[in-house]
Design a protein around this ligand. Structure first.
Ligand code: GUN
Ligand code: ZN
Length: 450
């Protein structure tokens, strides 16, 4: 790879409330895809090069037109890759009947590797095309198909956590782990495979994945907790999504004080744990999750579609819980993190309509959740999430003024960068994602001709 200076408007989050919009910035990216410098006000790319001792001719320049900007790659902190064919299919179901009607029948078909290849190739290319550079994927119970998901993500260059679903209780006979030993063996098969194809877990990493407390025995949860301690691998699961589910978990795990306590007693709550939904938590559970340093994947599209409820994001953030966004395909109907950010903003307004304005999330805040917040949830914030020097160039080029753009830009708006970002959040889609890079490598969109 050659060194590159990206020159033009740069938009990225420095913190929850601080979205930096830089009209004329230069980002120098070295030949390993690491950001060497960010000049927030650059006279020209060559001028920046000179200031940073980059020899003339040793770098390429990528300049972008008006009404376009560089934005960090999105984090999807919760997505079921295997459920992608079902996006939009949920009727009037809620979680437990949705699982039985739509989800388990589809997931069980991944015993056929040709189904897995078809679905996984398409979900990776669709999410990359929507600017998702890092995804925390759930696969299915099948180790071979899960290994294939890891192969395909690595080949496409998308950062991915790959979770083989563990479920040895309360699941249909045709789709479950028949025994604890089956779950253990298949889990190891996936970890071993990923270690072989990406030994440092730079692009793809295994993630320990008990489906949720309602589909796992205490023995399996404990074994997975031990495994996470021994291997230091991340963990992902669902928590407190739906009231019937919360009740079921109480009945299945009577010795725990709460849903969160089921996981805590099995050593599954730590800094590398991603908990999806977190809609109906008690204050004590929230505080436990905060103490353990877990992150929450907020899935507003899914929580609305499956009528699960409204996650109190502000309430979580106020207690110091890390929060990112999850599409939760296919409980969620969109593979786009941008659309999910829009939904997060709207759900926060529904919460605030009940009388407490403080629930309301701003544009800056939901864009933070979609990038740096997600990076924190995945424990990758030292390396990813914005464009500070030392981080990797995981980025998207957003172009608003293109032929097929769903966003209409008027001449007098071109200088109002904040307005352009707002119009993109509410009206944009993948037609505005012109290019996507992971670690400096172009992974979607076409190359610039020199
Ligand atoms: N809880 C257990 N499994 C699932 C799933 O596949 N989707 C969602 N949204 N919740 C779950
Ligand atoms: Zn889910």
């Amino acid at each position: 790879m050659t060194k590159v200076i990206y020159f033009g408007t740069v938009v990225h989050s420095l913190s929850l409330a601080d979205l930096q919009v830089l009209a004329k910035a230069a980002v120098g990216v070295d030949d390993e895809g690491t950001i060497a410098f960010l000049d927030t006000e650059a006279a020209s790319p060559d001028n920046s090069a000179l200031n940073h001792d980059w020899e003339h001719g040793s770098y390429e320049v990528v300049s972008i037109p008006a009404a376009s900007f560089f934005f960090p790659g999105f984090f999807d902190t919760h997505i079921h890759a295997s459920q992608y064919p079902n996006v939009g299919l949920f009727g009037k179901t809620t979680l437990l009947d949705w699982l039985n009607t739509y989800t388990f029948p589809l997931e069980s078909s991944f015993s056929d590797l040709s189904v897995a290849r078809n679905v996984y190739s398409r979900v990776i290319s669709r999410t990359l095309g929507n600017g998702t550079t890092t995804a925390a994927y759930y696969a299915t119970v099948h180790s071979e198909a899960t290994n294939l998901l890891a192969d395909l993500a690595l080949e496409a260059g998308q950062r991915a956590f790959i979770g083989r679903c563990c479920m040895d209780a309360n699941s249909p006979d045709y789709y479950c782990d028949k025994t604890l030993e089956d779950a253990q063996k298949a889990t190891h098969e996936v970890i071993d495979h990923i270690q072989k194809i990406d030994p440092t877990y730079e692009i793809v990493s295994p993630i320990i994945t008990p489906r949720f407390a309602a589909s796992c025995t205490h023995e399996l949860l404990s074994w997975l907790g031990d495994l996470s301690k021994k291997t230091n691998l991340p963990v992902q699961t669902h928590i407190s999504e739906n009231l019937l589910e919360v009740q079921l978990v109480k009945e299945m795990h009577p010795f725990a004080d709460s849903y969160a306590d089921v996981y805590d007693k099995c050593d599954l709550l730590n800094q590398k744990t991603i908990l999806a939904h977190a809609v109906h938590l008690s204050e004590a559970e929230r505080d436990l999750i905060a103490r353990r340093g877990c992150g929450v994947a907020h899935c507003p599209a899914s929580n609305s579609a499956l009528t699960s409820g409204e996650t109190r994001v502000r309430w979580l953030l106020n207690a110091g819980v890390k929060v990112g966004l999850g599409t939760d395909v296919s409980g969620g109907f969109t593979p786009s993190v941008l659309h999910t950010a829009r939904q997060a903003l709207l759900v926060s307004r529904h919460l605030s309509m009940k009388g407490d304005e403080s629930h309301k999330l701003s544009i800056e805040e939901v864009l933070y959740l979609s990038t740096l917040g997600g990076a924190e949830v995945c424990c990758l914030d030292k390396k990813l999430g914005n464009f500070l020097p030392g981080k990797k160039w995981d980025a998207q080029l957003i172009t608003l003024d293109t032929k097929n753009s769903p966003v209409d830009i008027f001449p007098w708006e071109l200088q109002k960068q904040d307005d352009l970002v707002a119009k993109w959040l509410f009206n944009g889609d993948d037609r505005n994602v012109s290019k996507v890079w992971v670690a400096g490598k172009l992974v979607a969109g076409t190359s610039f001709s020199a």
